[in-house]
Design a binder for this molecule. Structure first.
Ligand SMILES: [Zn+2]
Length: 549
């Protein structure tokens, strides 16, 4: 489904205050409360036995009965006939830069990441144009690469004109560009003294940064909320119901741009009851204040907040993905400022996630973490190393002994080459360390978790090249990394990630049976999505009617 339609559905649901759909049965008063029964499905619970059941009963936002005998119970029961569809627990992305998405100007068009040819990209833009006010910018910024299109190039000005003759269009690769625009966009950028080639191309770095600034000139908090909400709808359309939000980013933050702090749009959406994703908040204490050493941001967080503060929808989780300034953190060996900061995190009993690419990064961390651990044990603090493109077994064993987990990210589906692959999914799973996955979207990587599932299962990048051979995992394992495997990181393993009595009733009803290679050949995994997504038992994407006759 296009993000446009998703956005509309979400907006309608929120606008009407209708979040538990009447499915069958009337609107009579229900002393026993409203119950929801899902029947006739292939519900992969992702519990320890990997049980598959046909029915579950939901009450007050949680699963209360799971199994083929689940009944309607006492009270008014709505029933959804799943019509044999495959169902999985709501998916969790364990590392995502939410504010990066929210601060994107224009009418963001995330479905571009599921376009694998110029014609498909044109179709996405054409669809988007139907609901964007005439003259407003249709944008797609980050999370895309020319190589995702079979033509191995960006669309041209003429191709964008053909898709959206009445809207300016701006498509921007990764962090710095390049970007491409159409005739209306070219007219706008040239009026701002930003050079645009006849082909529509805007060069990397300077010109693309200026283009983003120009697009943000009249950007408002309401625009950010609209964008965020619409992108959250896109998450829901893929089956995602929880995101670990990594605050802070390499981008200039909204405070510099717009004068509000980066959590404010999320706060307001929460207050308005408009969040359709559970958020787990991580605090990026890395950026230096006025370029000075010391770590006042970290002291602020540790002195004023505590982890696991909040509720099932939004709660604080930890420090990350940078505890100190990134260049310091990348230095090997790590210096005293790093040691002192990490020591404070452990001393205060906080969780920490850390950007850590490769073996020298991990080994340097293990040295410091083991030293800190002798003074303030970290075994139960759920620390993690994030991204982990490579790791050597001895270092992995050291991390495992510390109780540290690995968040392995699949962004090399998009960016990876035969010499630049990983993470070593097979090695990680076989090691027995806590492991989960995500995409680290949406600047370097897409959001769509099924692109990552495809990568984990096949070892192939978006060009179809086998780049991660020997590290493939099964479809069951890949989906588990997105569900049960991710519960542990935010201390949600008793709440999220599996379909079991007492857990929060988040599920995704899939477009196809991704566990059956005959129904979904490897190449088709990239096209899987959710046709019905429930968050705490309420519909946040799709409709029961769409499940078919
Ligand atoms: Zn990172």
């Amino acid at each position: 489904m296009s993000p446009v339609r998703v956005g509309l559905i979400v907006a309608c649901l929120v606008g009407l205050g209708v979040l538990m759909h009447p499915v069958s049965g009337g609107a009579q008063s229900c002393p026993g409360g409203r119950l929801l029964l899902l029947t006739n499905g292939r519900i992969h619970t992702m519990d320890a036995q990997r049980t598959v059941v046909s029915r579950v009963r939901i009450a007050n936002g949680r699963f209360v009965e799971v199994g083929d005998a689940a009944g309607s119970g006492v009270g008014c029961t709505d029933t959804i006939d799943l019509r044999g569809r495959t169902v999985i627990p709501g998916m969790i992305d364990n590392h995502f830069h939410v504010q990066l998405v929210g601060s994107r100007p224009g009418y963001e068009t995330r479905a571009i990441e599921t376009a694998f040819s110029i014609a498909e990209a044109q179709a996405v833009i054409r669809e988007r144009a139907k609901t964007v006010p005439e003259g407003a910018f249709i944008t797609a910024i980050g999370g895309l690469q020319p190589r995702q299109f079979v033509e191995n190039r960006l669309p041209t000005l003429a191709e964008l004109d053909a898709a959206a003759p009445r809207h300016p269009v701006y498509i921007h690769v990764s962090f710095n560009g390049p970007a491409v625009t159409n005739t209306l966009g070219k007219r706008f950028f040239e009026s701002q003294a930003i050079p645009v080639a006849a082909s529509g191309l805007i060069e990397v770095n300077g010109p693309t940064w200026n283009a983003l600034d120009a697009l943000r000139a009249n950007w408002t908090l309401a625009d950010t909320k609209r964008t965020m909400q619409q992108v959250f709808g896109y998450f829901n359309s893929m089956g995602l119901t929880t995101v670990h939000s990594v605050l802070g980013s390499q981008d200039r933050g909204p405070a510099q741009y717009f004068g509000w702090n980066e959590q404010r749009p999320m706060q307001e959406l929460q207050r308005e009851g408009a969040l359709t994703l559970r958020l787990r908040l991580y605090f990026n204490t890395g950026p230096r204040v006025d370029g000075k050493p010391g770590n006042p941001r970290l002291a602020d967080v540790l002195d004023t907040l505590w982890p696991d503060l909040g509720d099932d929808l939004v709660k604080t989780a930890g420090i990350g993905e940078h505890v100190v300034d990134w260049p310091l953190e990348g230095a090997v060996p790590l210096g005293d400022e790093y040691y002192q900061s990490v020591r404070q995190v452990a001393r205060h009993g906080w969780q920490m996630m850390e950007h850590s690419f490769n073996e020298p990064n991990h080994a340097a961390r293990a040295d410091v973490w083991e030293r800190v651990h002798r003074e303030f044990p970290i075994t139960n603090l759920r620390w993690s190393i994030d991204h982990v493109n490579t790791i050597e077994p001895p270092t992995l064993a050291r991390m495992k002994a510390l109780g540290v987990g690995v968040r392995a990210h699949g962004w090399r589906f998009l960016a990876g080459t035969p010499g630049q692959a990983g993470p070593p999914f097979r090695l990680l799973l076989d090691s027995g360390i806590h492991v989960g996955t995500g995409m680290d979207g949406a600047q370097a990587a897409p959001i769509d978790p099924w692109l990552n599932v495809y990568y984990m299962v096949t070892g192939r990048n978006v060009r179809g090249e086998l780049i991660n051979d020997g590290q493939q995992i099964t479809r069951q394992e890949a989906v588990w990394l997105y569900t049960g495997g991710n519960g542990w990181f935010s201390r949600d393993e008793q709440r999220l990630g599996t379909v079991e009595p007492g857990r929060l009733a988040d599920v995704a009803v899939l477009s196809a049976d991704v566990f059956d290679p005959r129904a979904v050949p490897d190449e088709a995994i990239k096209r899987v999505h959710s046709v019905l997504t429930l968050l705490g038992g309420r519909i946040v994407h799709g409709s029961a009617a769409a499940l078919g006759p």
